[in-house]
Design a binder for this molecule. Sequence first.
Ligand code: ASP
Length: 292
Amino acid sequence: MTGIIGTWEMSAQGVEKGMALLSGGASAGDAVETAIRDVEENPAFSSVGYGGLPAMDGQVYLDAGWMDGNSLRCGAVVSARGILHPVSLARGLCGRETNWMLAGEGAEAEARQRGLAMRDMRTPEAVEKWKETLHRQCAGMGDRVYRGHDTVCVIARDAKGRMVVGTSTSGLFMKQPGRVGDTPVVGSGFYCDASVGAAAATGLGEDIMRGVLSFACVQYMRSGLSPMEACRSVIRTLQETKDRLGEGQGSFSVIAMDAQGCFGAATSETDFPYVIGQNGSIQVCHAAWDRQ
Ligand code: ASP
């Protein structure tokens, strides 16, 4: 059974394109890359790719991750600028023995060498929002650190049973240049083992990394939990840890799919939309924080 799942409503159009590819016999890798590229190149989405909101210094730094569940190899792009489709570079790096995670200038040079599209990722709207926020911060009107700066994560399974996960984000708005979240970090932002399933996370990377959420979710599936139960378990466990430490409600969500094509999702938020594509139609579903 083929299937595809993506985080947030912004992935709907890409998931639809990915699903059409899968129905036509394309690989899980092509479906995931197509779905994520659709979000990366759309300036309407202010948390991924072109149009992503800048860091403190006004630059847009991009993170992306990729894992092939059949070879268990990964690719990742960390804190890179000017690459229109960081997910394509992450995919291109997957399969190497070494040098599969490239940061900053190294990633940018590799993208140029591969002939990938390069561009200034800052839209006028993003620059305007950055200036306004900088002004507010200088005036002492501090904002919350995390403002729901979402990542696009997509998991697909194709007709041959191959599974792939990919992720892409511009990270937190007004982050410190050089800050890296969970998105390009295998195990935290994404994990895929085609014999079991895959998971990917979105939300505050600093918390997601503490829970190593995606690997934990796949391990729960390995031990027999359904994707839905596995997602709920990792979210509940991480929130319980935060409760024990007196840290308040977190902002993190996870999606998953198992090797049979069943889906799962859970969140610590009051609402987390995700999109599933199966049997020729896509559906926007919603998860909500549930202590049970
Ligand atoms: N996880 C991303 C990060 O921490 C942001 C997000 O998904 O909202 O960079």
